[in-house]
Design a protein around this ligand. Structure first.
Ligand code: PMP
Length: 460
């Protein structure tokens, strides 16, 4: 496509398309930066023919990479066979049955039922309603409070947005739905005190859950909700002491544990679900994104036997569901995606190749003058950009330097996302040594260019 074709798409885009999470005034003035037209394996192409290495899997989503014909073929065949039917009125269909069974097989022990949706936000809303319904069925309707964490992202609907802990997400839905409380996130680099070890900090961050339970009264608390690794908040990886302590506290007070695995589900940490990786026993797991590797929307909530037993032992409706719950085409695509991941051993390969390669690549930048910390777990990684490595002092105007760096990445033909001044990456699980080498070159160049842009602000 030519430059004039790109301009055509950009101009039309500005006229009628409002983008998510956008400053509309500034986007209207600048127009969309790029028009993405194609994807193949780990790469995407823009309308001017530039090939870009996608270090974000679209949006933490395309775990198997782009252009897998097996998924497209399965969706196509299902569209011809039965493009849609609902699952409301005591009806079902083969793809939803097969996918439910497959997910029960892959999910941690005891999580044997699944309730489908089309987005992570929707499935978190399902979780919120189901958690409160559960406690009502158990005769404890006062248990309504769900505790989650600062900077958590659980979605953009009003309920999931209220459960999330990002202040800017609460801005438009004020007053935020009642019944949510937020505790500190286990972000050692940003939140620890001078000299506090990751282990000590992990215990302190977990203890915040117990403090909050006691502050609001244990009899009022329904659940704790968290991402195993906080993704959109900046790939914040809890110290090793955190999750075991959280599980102890959840058990001690008998509250439910909701693991939001919208990012971490389907192999990102080298296990089908990150709950296995951290040895936690959630009662509910939300998933979305990589269930279909993003080829078509599908999400869901995995539910454990304890909650299902409560549903089964009461003659009471759970009045909740979506037109597209268990959409046949989405289910067929998900099945093809999961089969592909199994056939190509993508999940174990994260342990043997992806995770160590990502860790090694990021480690090469830890001595760069701009870099305060690098960290990774599985195929999730982050680089902290700071003005002063020694004191961890940030740049003035948080997010400014992150955006400069992100633009340099883009110009190097590589995508990483900026969360304020934390650069985050979530490559597809299929990267080979070639893509790691390419990413390393792009990161090195982009960091050097960013450094020369902000050289005057760096501590000597
Ligand atoms: N939970 C987590 C952990 C997420 O990262 C996201 C999206 N990035 C969501 C929920 C919401 O998913 P969706 O955008 O599909 O509604």
């Amino acid at each position: 496509m030519s430059k004039s074709t790109s301009k055509h798409w950009r101009d039309l885009d500005s006229q009628h398309h409002l983008h998510p999470f956008t400053n509309h005034k500034s986007l209207r003035a600048s127009g969309a930066t790029r028009v993405i037209v194609r994807g193949e394996g780990p790469y995407i192409w823009d309308s001017e023919g530039n090939r870009i290495l996608d270090g974000m899997s679209g949006l933490w989503t395309t775990n198997v990479g782009y252009g897998r014909k097996e998924i497209a073929e399965a969706a196509y065949q299902q569209m011809l066979e039965l493009p849609f039917y609902n699952t409301f009125f005591k009806t079902t269909h083969p793809p939803v049955v097969a996918l439910s069974n497959k997910l029960a097989e892959l999910a941690p022990d005891k999580l044997n039922q699944v309730f489908f949706g089309s987005s992570g936000s929707e499935s978190n809303d399902t979780a919120i309603r189901l958690i409160r319904h559960y406690w009502t069925l158990k005769g404890e309707p006062k248990r309504r409070i769900i505790i989650s964490r600062a900077m958590a992202y659980h979605g953009s609907t009003i309920a999931a947005g209220s459960m999330g802990g990002m202040p800017h997400m609460h801005k438009h839905s004020y007053p935020v739905y009642e019944g949510f409380r937020h505790i500190i996130d286990p972000y050692w680099y940003g939140e620890s005190k001078d000299g506090e070890t990751p282990e000590a900090f992990g215990l302190r961050a977990a203890k915040a859950l117990e403090d909050e339970i006691l502050a609001v009264g244990p009899e009022n608390v329904a659940a704790f909700a968290a991402e195993p690794v906080q993704g959109a908040g900046g790939v914040k990886i809890a110290p090793a002491t955190y999750w075991p302590e959280i599980q102890k506290i959840v058990d001690k007070y008998g509250i439910l544990l909701l693991a939001d695995e919208v990012i971490t589900g389907f192999g990102r940490l080298g296990t089908w679900f990150a709950s296995e990786y951290y040895g936690i026993r959630p009662n509910l797991i939300t998933f979305a994104k990589a269930a279909t590797s993003g080829y078509i929307p599908l999400s869901g909530l995995l539910i454990d036997d304890k909650i299902v037993d409560a549903l089964m032992s009461h003659d009471d409706d759970f009045n909740h569901g979506y037109t597209f719950s268990g959409h046949p085409v989405a289910c067929a695509a998900a099945l093809a995606n999961l089969e592909l991941m199994e056939r190509e051993s993508m999940v174990p390969r994260v342990n043997t190749f992806g995770a160590p390669s990502l860790a090694r690549m990021l480690a090469r930048f830890k001595d760069h003058p701009l870099v305060g910390e690098v960290r990774s777990v599985g195929m999730l990684g982050a680089i902290e950009l700071v003005a002063d490595k020694k004191t961890r002092r940030r740049f003035a105007d948080p997010g400014r330097v992150g955006l400069i760096c992100r633009d340099h990445f883009f110009n190097e033909g590589f995508i990483m996302r900026a969360v304020f001044d934390t650069m985050v990456t979530a490559p597809p699980l299929i990267w080979t040594a070639d893509q790691f080498a390419e990413a390393e070159t792009a990161i090195g160049r982009a960091l050097d260019k960013t450094l020369s842009d902000v050289a005057g602000e760096i501590a000597a």
